[in-house]
Design a protein around this ligand. Structure first.
Ligand SMILES: Nc1nc2c(c(=O)[nH]1)N[C@H]1C(S)=C(S)[C@@H](COP(=O)(O)O)O[C@H]1N2
Ligand SMILES: [Mo]
Length: 329
């Protein structure tokens, strides 16, 4: 089965690469490679997954016996789940390339040992292995809407734990105001990280009150199994009221700080991607509308985008004292 993909909404974050960095890239690549790269940026126009033979992504994962976890009835969504095969083959993970088709190269990522560093303004900096962390946290399944800034969306059954429980486990000092999260850095495994015009590693951040909001989740699984690598195994952030790029994947470090972190996309293009990045249909991206979104795997179906991606009841209160901030980009 071939699925026709409209390109209008599929503006990759890569196309916002600032001019001086593009110039750098031209210098780095030869003329032929530049032509190939710009072809890749335009996209192939066609994308197939129906015929693709997908491997068992969770094979050999030591956390497999923990799944499926109990489903929470508190977080449900009034639209169909995105088909699993669609969600696991349509990904943004720039460490492995700037196309959506990165599931294959992502299989190179080694998931054990996976040590997570907790440091900065905490009672006691420490490192915890992901399996020890999984034992210490209460796993549950929650279905959330997910909205990429590129105006595509999906509906996903994540498994994981409340970030609030994890923050308590980290024992932050009262002076900590933000959490800065980092993805692994290993250019030998992640070919995208050989592209030196990006500020690797991928960094994202949350204010502590956002991180302890009940919706904020650290996902370790999806569709009742451990996360596949391309979706950010072994642990990734899920903050459904914010644009997708806040949902940092394959995290190796949580740094507690009183300084607002500068995130990866903010560093690259601060005029288009900010710190708060809350979903708002009325505030367009500088180059496209955010009024509606395409549900991936649904033959081009578009639905209206909702304020805070539909989660205003949970999170609007976080922002009443922050009205002067750029909350929507
Ligand atoms: N480390 C890292 N995390 C990342 C990204 C990335 O390129 N690298 N892309 C972000 C973007 S733009 C989106 S939309 C989501 C996509 O998550 P998914 O592939 O699981 O759907 O991951 C986010 N987290
Ligand atoms: Mo995204």
């Amino acid at each position: 089965m071939l699925i026709r993909r409209k390109r209008g909404w599929e503006v990759p974050e890569s196309s916002v690469t600032p001019e001086h960095l593009v110039m750098n890239r031209r210098r780095l690549l030869g003329a032929g490679a530049v032509a190939a790269a710009s072809l890749a940026l335009q996209g192939q126009g066609w994308f197939s997954f129906g015929d693709q033979k997908l491997p068992d992504f969770a094979a050999g994962d030591p956390s497999l016996p923990l799944y499926p976890a109990m489903r929470s009835m508190r977080y449900r969504v009034d639209r169909d789940l995105t088909e699993e095969k669609v969600a696991v083959t349509y990904n943004n993970f720039y460490e492995f390339g700037s196309s959506k088709n990165v599931w294959q190269p992502a299989q190179k990522l080694a998931l054990r040992p996976w040590e997570i560093q907790i440091d900065g303004m905490v009672e006691q900096p420490r490192t915890v292995g992901v399996d020890d962390l999984l034992k210490a946290m209460a796993l549950e399944e929650r279905t959330y809407r997910f909205r990429c800034v590129e105006a595509w969306a999906m509906t996903v059954p994540w498994t994981g734990f409340a970030m609030k429980q994890f923050v308590e486990f980290c024992k932050p000092l009262a002076s900590a105001k933000y959490i800065r999260m980092e993805t692994f850095k290993n250019p030998e495994v992640a070919s995208g990280q050989r592209a030196s015009w990006y500020p690797w590693p991928y960094v994202e951040g949350l204010a502590i009150d956002e991180a302890t909001n009940e919706l904020a989740m650290i996902a370790t699984g999806v569709y009742g199994k451990p996360l596949p690598r391309q979706m950010g195994a072994p642990i990734r952030l899920v903050v459904p009221w914010k644009y997708g790029f806040k949902n940092i994947k394959s995290i190796v470090r949580f740094h507690f700080t009183d300084q607002r972190p500068k995130s990866f996309w903010e560093e690259i293009q601060g005029s288009e991607y900010g710190f708060w990045a809350n979903v708002n249909p009325k505030v367009p991206h500088p180059r496209w509308s955010q009024a509606d979104e395409e549900l991936i795997g649904k033959g081009g179906t578009r639905v209206p985008t909702q304020l805070y991606n539909g989660y205003g009841d949970f999170v609007a209160g976080l922002y009443t004292a922050r009205e002067n901030e750029k909350l929507w980009m």
